[in-house]
Design a protein around this ligand. Structure first.
Ligand code: SAH
Length: 275
């Protein structure tokens, strides 16, 4: 006799930016109950070690720029659908918030095609985590009226007319996935007339014990830190608010440590996903 499989909701969960305590109670409850967890690279190992049930299957589906071993989106979509159709409790764990610069849309559409239900649990996005742990209030009164989340990940992402607007605005600009593009970022903003006093803060490995903040007026940034190969992940905050880091910071940079908090994606992890 055919037993009818009951399909469970796939739970999309934001794991927060790094510090394993920056996760919601709802996320923790779902992690305990999940049977299959498909996780991103930018999720603290401590979260998996602490909250995942011992029988759960954990699949690493990380993506990393310029790295072999990134898991193609198609495979992630297939895994979500495959395990959900087997009746498993599937949880998709994403760094930061689930919807900011992620492929949430793709994954939800894949589930929709099969009529698989889902739930979305938000998380603390890197901009909020990094700003808090660097002492930079993103929309401080008299400093900024608004904040924009942007990326230079894709070279064509910002049109020339938009660069002009970005250089002229009083809004705080937060750039995700742009650590490798700092030169271009600074060049474009200066070329389009950004005020030279505007500060830029680059936060490496925010909210982790390895966090480092590099901050200076934007036109002096490269001279001061230009030779550094920034450690992934990094977030860039540009605007008047970035000047506040100097007086409001509550964590000092660790000297002489360049440890990696998040492991790079590897070919091995990729095989694990296929297994
Ligand atoms: N969904 C995530 C963002 C994914 S895109 C979120 O809401 O935060 C990946 C980018 O996020 C990285 O390239 C980096 O710019 C940023 N990021 C994520 N975690 C970070 C951290 N701990 N420190 C600095 N930047 C981080």
């Amino acid at each position: 006799m055919n037993q009818k499989i009951s399909i469970q909701k796939v739970i999309f969960v934001g794991a927060g930016p790094g510090d394993p305590e920056l996760i919601t109670l709802k996320a923790v409850r779902h992690l305990r109950e999940a049977e299959v967890i498909i996780t991103d690279r930018l999720v603290s190992e401590a979260i998996l070690e602490t909250h995942v049930g011992s029988n759960a299957l954990v699949l690493h589906a990380g993506k990393q720029r310029k790295r072999e071993g990134s898991t193609p989106q198609r495979i992630i979509n297939e895994l979500l659908v495959e395990y959900a159709l087997q009746g498993k409790k599937v949880l998709r764990l994403k760094g930061g918030d689930v919807s900011i610069f992620s492929n949430l849309l793709d994954e939800l559409q894949a589930l929709n095609r099969y009529g698989i239900p889902y739930e979305i649990v938000p998380g603390i996005t890197a901009a909020c985590g990094a700003a808090a742990y660097a002492g930079i209030p993103l929309t401080a009164r008299n400093y900024a009226q608004a904040v924009r989340f942007l990326t230079l990940h894709n070279q064509q992402a910002i049109a020339p007319s938009y660069w002009k607007e970005l250089a002229q605005t009083e809004d705080t600009l937060v750039f995700y996935m742009s650590g490798d593009s700092t030169h271009e970022l600074i060049k474009e903003l200066l070329a389009n007339g950004i005020h030279a006093d505007t500060h830029m803060a680059l936060i490496e490995q925010a909210t982790t014990p390895c966090q480092k903040v590099f901050s200076s007026p934007i036109d002096a940034f490269e001279k001061q830190f230009g030779n550094r190969d920034y450690i992934s992940p990094t977030l860039i905050i540009v605007g008047k608010v970035a000047t506040l880091h100097a007086s409001l910071k509550w964590i000092n940079n660790q000297e002489n440590t360049d440890e990696l908090y998040f492991k790079p994606v590897t070919q091995n992890k990729q095989e694990e996903v296929r297994a």
